[in-house]
Design a protein around this ligand. Sequence first.
Ligand SMILES: Cc1cc2nc3c(=O)[nH]c(=O)nc-3n(C[C@H](O)[C@H](O)[C@H](O)COP(=O)(O)OP(=O)(O)OC[C@H]3O[C@@H](n4cnc5c(N)ncnc54)[C@H](O)[C@@H]3O)c2cc1C
Length: 317
Amino acid sequence: MTLVIAEQQDGTLNKSSWETIAAAQQAGGPVTVAVVGADTAAAAGELASADVAEVLRVEAPALTPYTLDGFVAALGEVIAAEQPGDVFLPHTYRTRDFAPALAVRLGRALVTDCVAVKQDAGRRLFVRPVFQGRLLADVACDGPAVATFQIGAVRADTVARGAAPAPIRAVAVTVDAGAIRQKPEAPFREAKQAVDLSQAERIVSVGRGIKDQEKVALAQQLAAAIGAELGASRPICDAGWLPMDRQIGSSGQTVAPKLYLALGISGAIQHLVGMKGARTIVAINKDPEAPIFEVADYGVVGDLFDIVPAVIKELQG
Ligand SMILES: Cc1cc2nc3c(=O)[nH]c(=O)nc-3n(C[C@H](O)[C@H](O)[C@H](O)COP(=O)(O)OP(=O)(O)OC[C@H]3O[C@@H](n4cnc5c(N)ncnc54)[C@H](O)[C@@H]3O)c2cc1C
């Protein structure tokens, strides 16, 4: 059985939880999902719509707010009792924190940032990018592993739904609040000005083709017209034209919106690894040879200063 650890915050499931369930279903074999916190009823109810064997509610008062020690203690106990095969998690800020400690607690290998699982001559292999996404490595593990899945690697809407809701089971865990060493502060996405682009449905992203800081307002207008968040390539954030939390790519955020509109972005590999999981990619670039067109579903070759105002006018008209 593959155990998926879903992620929730105040009863709201992180979209990447569905992507990870889809990855587990595609890997084959039965799937069980666990959701962890002080109150997991709402999230467990939603998760039960997936075609899974069971949904486990791992609840204890000390599990909210999130802490590494709390989660490792609770999940260590559940995994020891349930004895699953692989444990799958979405690759989020939170799991980056606790998954390594959990793997050590379980004495298992940890494979991070996976994009797929495949079978090769009876062996289960995890596929993950290496060298800034230039190559994909097949990782073999001897026993059951802990694996995190890159956001956008598997589409959330490919989750198989059950004919009837899956059974929900409460699993008792004892988490000693006094043994938790971390003192949590406000979550990252609630920090001042910070934006979690990984949850955005639409993103208008701006690159060096925008030429100067004042012109970023044009991209902002387009984003407002389609209800999108604003993203950027690294040079735009390095120049301080947009804050660093807008940067998309290997050293920024990984995003998987329904629509990604790239304005004047060449499509360097470090940018592509952060956005190629978008469902529909539209690129506007004046260079027909720009690598962004290799991943784009729709490509517009032309000057963005001609095209973007015309698109905004059409949308507002
Ligand atoms: C270790 C490392 C980590 C990195 N991490 C990241 C990262 O996280 N995110 C990231 O984005 N980059 C990252 N980079 C940088 C990356 O390699 C590229 O340099 C960067 O993505 C290029 O940004 P760009 O596409 O905006 O600019 P450019 O490559 O300069 O491309 C500008 C594009 O705009 C087009 N253009 C120009 N004028 C117009 C116009 N008027 N209309 C339409 N199109 C126009 C041009 O044809 C060109 O294709 C990283 C690099 C390294 C070494």
